[in-house]
Write a protein that binds this ligand. Structure first.
Ligand code: HSE
Length: 433
């Protein structure tokens, strides 16, 4: 048998602990699959004395990253520390020292993909990142290898388990947003800073990675239009249910007129759609390929062992030599890759849900319809429940539109918000059909 594959972990939080546990509990299985022993040689942490959820042999623990760089028997550095500053410096140092890199760090790839992939190519080393998108769901390999004969035409994905958990809890149990968020944090799948989960940043980082593989688009996270779930209200979840839809935080990318449209936003999806049925903290990715048609991948998008499953699969692929081949031909974040350009969000066509709080008086509805008609937007349905006679308070008016350009819809909403009968800013969501 070939020599052992020497591994260093940098960071030993939830994911790192899962990797240590898997390497220690399944040595025979992993050796059989890798054709080499996967040997953990160093675990770099900030605090060696900190209590961890797995026991790490004391002689492996170090707070000195340099010992990893100078150990010739370490071939792979697993960056599992998170963050983008120190993590980036360590990834670049590991590559320069001739180590392959496995990372679960989606923010790092989305922010610094071109730089670190160029560094890897220059050093003739490989970066593997199955765990960076959708935790335990093998979506990177599916896209880069199994669907390689396809041009992907659309991706619709639930890529943030925390947001999906919160929206599911609000819809099914009627609990307020803040209680659902606190529960997600207690269960341990929220980021250290849960703002990144609920404001759509985490999903945007993951979408940027998928879009690079599927479309060759090098979108920086700030170029992906992003709306979070912080302002989703119970009233809209109720109206969505009444109309036959669920509200899901979707990361979407699709080919439109030779460009790729990209966004992360709460979107209304038909209740019968498979994505509407993805509950709790699960992730799901619906991919359409021009050869294969529609596919769906679903599974745990976070957590200790699901994410460790992906990290260790990368280690096995490096040990076998498969990862190096894929890395070489995929040419990710390379100047040689000519991908699609990004469709300006104003041009993206969609159906829309629009909820207004309107004073129930003659002409209110006519004014709203006029503002939509001025932008050429056609109404597909309209809901206003009967209000008590003589009611002088605002009532909800819900409008579903036919397909319209986002820019035109936004212009109509600006005009509607200025109408005297409108009492609160309009609430709107894209509707996927
Ligand atoms: N915090 C992320 C989520 C998991 O809730 O999906 C790690 O990417």
């Amino acid at each position: 048998m070939a020599d052992a594959l020497g591994i260093a972990l940098v960071g030993c939080g939830t994911v790192g602990s899962g990797v240590v546990k898997l390497l220690r509990e399944q040595p025979e299985r992993l050796t059989r699959r890798a054709g080499r022993v996967l040997e953990l040689r160093r675990v770099v942490v900030q605090d060696k004395l900190k209590l961890r959820s797995v026991e790490v042999p004391l002689h492996l623990l170090t707070d000195d990253f340099q010992t990893v760089l100078t150990d010739p028997q370490i071939e792979v550095v697993c960056e599992l520390m998170g963050g983008t500053t120190t993590a980036k410096a360590r990834v670049l140092a590991a590559l320069a020292a001739g180590k392959h890199v496995v990372t679960a760090n989606k923010a790092l790839l989305a922010d610094a993909g071109p730089e670190i992939f160029e560094a890897a190519r220059n050093a003739n080393r490989t970066i593997c990142f199955e765990a960076a998108v959708a935790g335990g769901v093998p979506i990177i390999r599916a896209l880069a290898e199994s669907l390689a004969a396809n041009q992907v035409t659309a991706i619709q994905a639930i890529l943030n388990g925390t947001s999906n958990f919160i929206l599911t809890a609000m819809a099914e149990r009627g609990i307020p947003y803040s209680d659902a968020l606190a529960e997600a944090q207690r269960l341990g799948f929220a980021e250290a800073d849960p703002t990144l989960d609920v404001d759509g940043s985490d999903a945007a980082h993951k979408l940027a990675i998928l879009a690079q593989i599927a479309f060759g688009v090098a979108a920086k996270p700030h170029e992906i239009e992003r709306v979070g779930i912080e302002h989703v209200e119970a009233i809209d979840i109720r109206f969505a249910t009444e109309l036959g839809y669920a509200i899901k935080l979707l990361a979407e990318a699709w080919v439109a007129g030779g460009h790729v449209a990209l966004h992360v936003a709460p979107v209304m999806v038909r209740k019968t759609d498979m994505l509407a049925q993805v509950r709790g903290s699960f992730n799901a990715i619906q991919l359409v390929g021009d050869v294969v048609g529609e596919t769906l991948f679903q599974g745990p998008g976070a957590g200790m062992m699901p994410t460790a499953s992906s990290v260790v699969a990368d280690l096995i692929d490096l040990a076998v030599g498969r990862a190096q081949k894929t890395f070489e031909v995929a040419k990710l974040w390379s100047k040689e890759t000519r991908g699609f350009s990004i469709e300006p969000s104003e041009k993206v066509r969609s159906r829309f849900y629009l909820r207004l709080m309107v004073i129930d008086q003659p002409g209110s509805l006519a004014d709203v319809c006029h503002a939509l008609a001025e932008q050429g937007i056609s109404i597909s349905s309209l809901v206003q429940h009967e209000a008590p006679e003589g009611n002088s308070l605002a009532v909800p008016l819900v409008i579903m539109t036919h397909y319209a350009e986002t820019g035109k819809f936004r212009a109509a909403v600006i005009a509607i918000d200025r109408l005297p009968a409108i009492r609160e800013p309009a609430v709107s969501y894209s509707v996927d059909d």
